[in-house]
Every structure is written in C-alpha cells, then in structure tokens.
Design a protein around this ligand. Sequence first.
Ligand code: CA
Length: 235
Amino acid sequence: MKHQPRVLIVEDEPAIAELIAVNLRHNGFEPVLAGEGVAAQREIDTVLPDVILLDWMLPGQSGLALARRWRTDARTRGVPILMLTARGDEPDKVAGLDAGADDYITKPFSTQELLARIRSVLRRRAPEQAGGSVAMGALVLDSAAHRVSWQGHILKIGPIEFRLLNYLMKHGERVHSRAQLLDKIWGDHVFIEERTVDVHVKRLREALGAAGVMLETVRGAGYRMTARPQTPIRT
Ligand code: CA
C-alpha cells in the first residue's frame, strides 16, 4: 500500500480540526489531532509527521512559538509546517514564515485549497531532503543533516537562509531574479514583497562570514552563488 502522508493537525477548535481530518482522510492522508502544543509534541515524539498544520491562536504556547521550536529542533527541522491564520493577519503571516513555517493558509479555506497547499509543501521539501550534500569550494551544505560548513567549521544559519542557500548552491553560477527566488523558496505568496528576498540574502551573507562574497548581487538581475567571486575570499 502507498504511504499515506501523516498530517499532524494542531488546532484547538474541535469542529475545525475534525472537518480538516475528515477531508484529509478522504484524500489519502493520515490525520492526527492535537488540541495544543503539549499534545502536539507528544505526537511528534511518538511518530514524526510528514506535515504539520499549525493553528496560530492556541491555548498555551502560540503557533508561532511552536513553529520556532520545531524549526530549531533537529528531529522536526525538516518537517514542513503549514500555518493556519485568521483573515487579514498579514503581519502574522510574515512572522510565521519568518519563524520557519513553509506556508500559511487563511481561514476559512476550501478543502481543495488546503490539499493543494499540503501537496505543494511536500513537493518543495522533497528535493531538499533527497538532495544529499553540495559543495562550492570550501563551502559545504549537507541537506540531510541540515548543516552548512565553511573550511570545516559549522555555520549558524536560519531556516529560510538555509533553504535559500540550498537552492542557490544547487543551481550555482546562475543568476536568479528576486521573483524566481520568491517562487522557489517561499512559494507563490502574493503578499511577500521582493525586498523580503533582499533581507534574507543580507542575513545569509552575514551568516556565511568570509564566504559571504560568494553570494553575489548581479545588478538589475538578481543573485548568484559562485565559486569564483569578483571580490576575493579573505582567508
Ligand atoms: Ca485557535
């Protein structure tokens, strides 16, 4: 039998949680319910889900705090998180994505929209997980271990910056426009501005330290990771 993706639904409103669960079950997913963070953690500790649907407003720890924690925890770092938010909470969505959520969906949503988002985060995560490691000079990114090192030293890097670097390294020496990066790293979020890319590129450069010069800005075109930067690497 085909593997049914396990979806952990962290939602404190039983009617919504049950509705989502029924729809997921009818569409080949295996839903698991948790009403708040502690129960959700217990489920995660037992069986790692393939996707987490995380409500923003929860009793106890907020969805935002949970997303942050799961993103930094080695066990859950690779699990896609889809945040459920209330209509009109745009700053919340940005904060959620910043905390490491892969996508968001606004309540009320249709089953079709939810399924499309879940399939999309599963697709986006898959190549990254299967990717193994990629190297550019002394810079090495290990997808499976979710680790980046420069000259053998592990670098501290945020979740979005990691995905950005992963993409840029796997498609190295090529220039990517901000719009392309938004699409590949964030998905098609209409509300995210292109300058968001610049913010994360800046953070990524800082995290890379001496190797930061390998991430080049190509004026009027976008960004590129190169093994032969214009500015020499300080060693
Ligand atoms: Ca709620």
